[in-house]
Design a protein around this ligand. Structure first.
Ligand SMILES: Cc1cc2nc3c(=O)[nH]c(=O)nc-3n(C[C@H](O)[C@H](O)[C@H](O)COP(=O)(O)O)c2cc1C
Length: 305
């Protein structure tokens, strides 16, 4: 009998559980020079906003121990150019397409979701709630139960495709936020986005990135992400997609055992664009070596010591 790597997440069909993380894979087209993107479980696009955004001035990234800090400022080509220039490739990329959206107010998210979910070739929407809420003085939507729920409710009302709420880890109680978005109608939850961080160069005495604060990602954040996936997947009924520091097949297994139904890989693909297919091969080898026929056998299967 062949291995089953397929997984259905709240109506989103994935041929395997390995997806690209938003902001680390552009809109999928650049990577098609490096490997066959149809082998991916799915492509998640860079966050799209209603209008194009230039983002923060350079330097936008800095390397840290086992990770990186970034403050890109959500630079993206905006909704219209995304539809005209990027959807034609995504429609024929041969895998599941999930469009990530970002806004400054709840109505921005609703407008984006209504339009994007009506496009052919879009299978789901991931909502980046780690964005400053302009009406609340710049506090992130995802920082409060109310802020997170308002966005998800609005999006859910107008969307024709399943909604994944992408949670920020920069909160006191991640389970409370997860329950709030579940109650607001989210079909799935992805976590984690980056952790707030800062780096200063002692030689120049200057900040290493222009925005002063950045988002920490990469292997350094993996234990934080695994713990949050474990907590959240036990507290909600909707499926959880895990990410944060994944760079190989055994990292994927770790997130599945913690309770994730699928995973995303971000930072690791900057150094190694083929990390997705290598991790998929390693996941398959792990299943064979451990006598698993179905990927679902691994989800939440962590054992007590
Ligand atoms: C350069 C860069 C840009 C990112 N841009 C976005 C974005 O536009 N939208 C979003 O939801 N997350 C964005 N993220 C967060 C990632 O999708 C992911 O949640 C985070 O980096 C943790 O995963 P990783 O350690 O595998 O990178 C970005 C991360 C990086 C490093």
């Amino acid at each position: 009998m062949g291995l089953n790597l397929e997984i259905n997440i709240a109506g989103i069909k994935l041929k395997n559980p390995i997806l690209t993380a938003s902001g680390c894979f552009g809109y999928g087209d650049e990577a098609s020079d490096f490997f066959d993107v149809s082998r991916l479980g799915g492509i998640i696009t860079k966050s799209i906003s209603l209008l194009p955004r230039v983002g923060h001035p350079p330097p936008k990234v800095a390397e840290t121990a086992s990770g990186m800090l970034n403050a890109i400022g959500l630079s993206n080509i905006g909704l219209e150019r995304f539809i005209n220039d990027k959807m034609p490739f995504l429609r024929k990329c041969g895998t599941t397409v999930i469009v990530n959206i970002a806004g400054k107010q709840p109505d921005d998210y609703a407008k984006l979701a209504e339009r994007i979910s009506s496009l052919s070739g879009v299978h789901a929407i991931e909502v980046n709630i780690s964005c400053p809420n302009v009406a609340e003085g710049g506090l992130e939507f995802g920082a409060s139960e109310k802020g997170a729920a308002v966005v998800i409710e609005k999006v859910k009302k107008v969307s024709r495709v399943p909604i994944i709420a992408k949670l920020s880890p920069n909160v006191t109680d991640i389970v409370a936020i997860a329950k709030a978005v579940e109650n607001a109608g989210a079909d799935s939850i992805s976590l984690i986005n980056t952790l707030v961080g800062m780096a200063i160069d002692p030689k120049t005495k200057k900040f290493k990135i222009s925005n002063k604060f950045g988002g920490l990602s990469g292997p350094a954040i993996k234990p934080v992400a695994v713990a949050m996936v474990y907590k959240v997947s036990r507290a909600v009924k909707i499926p959880v997609i895990g990410l944060g520091g994944i760079s190989c097949g055994t990292d994927v297994v770790e997130f599945l055992l913690a309770g994730a139904s699928a995973v995303q890989i971000g930072t690791a693909c900057f150094a190694e664009p083929k990390v997705f297919t290598r991790s998929l091969d390693e996941l398959t080898a792990y299943m064979v070596a451990n006598g698993h026929n179905d990927i679902r056998e691994l989800i939440g299967a962590v054992k007590d010591i």
